[in-house]
Design a protein around this ligand. Structure first.
Ligand SMILES: Nc1nc2c(ncn2[C@@H]2O[C@H](COP(=O)(O)OP(=O)(O)OP(=O)(O)O)[C@@H](O)[C@H]2O)c(=O)[nH]1
Ligand SMILES: [Mg+2]
Length: 395
C-alpha cells in the first residue's frame, strides 16, 4: 500500500523533508536483531509505502511539494538530492514568488482556487504511480497562511477528487506565545475546515516538541531542524511498516486504515455561546489509543493498563478502542521503542478561547474580509469547534 504525501508551506516542506529522510535511513539500516530476510521485507514495505523507484534506482518520494514562495522548496529538494539515498521528483513541486503573509484567507480564497488545477494535477500524477493507494498524508502548520489556508483548500479538493481515499492531516500546533499575531484565527479556520473533509488529524505541538529537545535531548539552541527531527522520528515510528494482526512475516498493515478519530454526529452552525473558561472541563477520556512497539521483547510487554475501561468512554468496548501494533524489527537503531497515538483536546480549547477573545474586539478581521472570509465564516468555524470540544468533554 502506498501513501501520497502533500507538503504545504514552510513548515510542511521542512518537516516533510525530515520525515522522508528519517524513514529512508531507518528502512535502509540493518539490525542485528533481525534476519536479513526480515530486514528486506521491512525495507520493501517501507519503499512501496513512501517511495517509487526510477531507472536510476534512487528511491523517489511519493510526494508533492507546495509553497507560495520558492526558497523552502528549493532547499528541501536539494537537501534530499544531497543525501544520495533518496530524492524528490523534480517535477512534483509547485511554488510562486510570494507567500500568503500569514493570512489564512489569502491561502484559502485566493491561492487555492487560482492554483487548484496545477496542484491537483501533480497529486493525480503521484496517485497514478501507486499500484495500491492507501491514502494521503498532508503536512502543514496551523499558524501561517499557505500551509493552513491553502492546505485546508487542498484537503477539500482531495476529498472531492478521491472520495473513498483516507486523508490524514498532520498539523503543527503553534507555540502558545507565538510568532504570528493571528495564529489563533488561522488555527480555528484551518481546524474547522479540516474537520469537514479530513478522516483524521495528527497533531504535534511546537511547545511540547521544544520541551523534548530542551529537557530530554539537552539541546541548547533549539532550531526548527532539531524540532523537525523529533517530529519526523515520531511520525516514522508510527508510519513505518508493522506486522498485521495475524502476525507472521507480513508487513502489509495499512497505517492509515485504523479508526483514528470518531467524528461527532453533527456539526452545529449556530452562533457559539461566549467562551467560558471557568467551568471544569474533562479531557482525560479516550476514544482510542494506539500503541506501536518495535524491537526486542515486544511480545512480552504488558499492555494491560491500556485496556482499563475507565480510560475510555462508556459507549466503547475497550477491546475496540485500544490497538497495539508490534514488530520485532527495531526502529532507528533503538533496541526497543514504543509510540502512543492518543486523542488530545486541551490545546484546542485554549486556541478557540484566545481566538474568540480577539474576535470579540474584531481585531484583524478586516484582513480576512478583504479576501472574502466574512464574520459569518468565523462564527461558523467557532461554532463547529465548540461542538467538537463539547462532544469530547461529554465523552
Ligand atoms: N515545527 C516546526 N514549526 C514550523 C516550522 N516552520 C514554521 N513553523 C511554524 O509554522 C507556523 C508558521 O507557518 P509557516 O509554515 O511558516 O507558514 P506558511 O505555510 O509558509 O505560510 P505563509 O508564509 O504565510 O505563506 C509557526 O507556528 C511556526 O512556529 C518548522 O520547520 N518546524
Ligand atoms: Mg511561508
Amino acid at each position: 500500500m502506498s501513501i501520497v504525501t502533500v507538503q504545504l508551506g514552510q513548515c510542511g516542506n521542512q518537516i516533510g523533508g525530515e520525515v522522508f529522510n528519517g524513514i529512508c535511513s531507518d528502512g535502509r539500516g540493518t539490525h542485528g536483531l533481525c534476519s536479513k530476510k526480515e530486514n528486506e521485507s521491512y525495507y520493501d514495505a517501507c519503499k512501496e509505502r513512501f517511495f517509487w523507484e526510477e531507472k536510476s534506482k534512487v528511491p523517489v518520494a511519493r510526494a508533492v511539494l507546495v509553497d507560495m514562495e520558492p526558497k523552502v522548496i528549493s532547499q528541501t529538494l536539494s537537501m534530499a538530492a544531497r543525501s544520495g539515498y533518496w530524492k524528490y521528483d523534480d517535477r512534483a513541486h509547485f511554488c510562486q514568488k510570494q507567500g500568503s503573509g500569514n493570512n489564512w484567507a489569502n491561502g484559502y480564497s485566493v491561492h487555492g482556487p487560482k492554483h487548484k488545477e496545477v496542484i491537483m494535477n501533480l497529486v493525480q500524477k503521484e496517485a497514478e504511480k501507486c499500484d495500491r493507494l492507501s491514502g494521503f498524508l498532508t503536512i502543514m502548520s496551523l499558524a501561517g497562511g499557505t500551509g493552513s489556508g491553502l492546505g485546508a483548500f487542498v484537503t477539500q479538493c482531495l476529498r472531492d477528487a478521491f472520495p473513498t481515499s483516507f486523508i490524514l492531516n498532520h498539523v503543527i500546533w503553534p507555540y502558545g506565545t507565538g510568532e504570528v499575531i493571528v495564529q489563533n484565527y488561522n488555527s480555528v479556520l484551518t481546524l474547522s475546515h479540516l474537520y469537514q473533509s479530513s478522516d483524521a488529524l495528527l497533531v504535534h505541538e511546537n511547545d511540547v516538541v521544544h520541551k523534548i529537545c530542551a529537557q530530554l535531548m539537552n539541546i541548547k539552541q533549539i532550531s526548527f531542524r532539531d524540532a523537525n527531527q523529533v517530529i519526523a522520528h515520531q511520525l516514522g515510528s508510527v508510519f513505518q511498516p508493522t506486522y498485521t494482526a495475524e502476525g507472521g512475516l507480513h508487513y502489509s498493515r495499512n497505517p492509515l486504515g485504523i479508526d483514528w478519530q470518531v467524528r461527532p454526529p453533527c456539526l452545529g452552525s449556530s452562533v457559539p455561546s461566549s467562551h467560558s473558561t471557568n467551568k471544569p472541563l474533562h479531557f482525560n477520556t479516550s476514544i482510542a489509543n494506539l500503541v506501536i512497539l518495535r524491537g526486542k521483547d515486544t511480545q512480552s510487554v504488558d499492555l494491560g493498563s491500556f485496556r482499563d475501561p475507565s480510560l475510555y468512554t462508556s459507549w466503547l468496548n475497550p477491546q475496540d478502542a485500544f490497538n497495539a501494533w508490534k514488530t520485532p524489527r527495531a526502529f532507528n537503531k533503538y533496541e526497543k521503542s514504543a509510540s502512543l497515538v492518543s486523542n488530545l483536546l486541551k490545546p484546542l480549547d485554549d486556541v478557540v478561547g484566545k481566538a474568540w477573545n480577539m474576535f470579540a474586539s474584531k481585531a484583524y478581521v478586516h484582513q480576512y474580509t478583504k479576501f472574502g472570509i466574512e464574520e459569518e465564516d468565523f462564527l461558523d468555524s467557532f461554532a463547529a469547534l465548540e461542538q467538537v470540544i463539547s462532544s469530547y468533554t461529554n465523552l
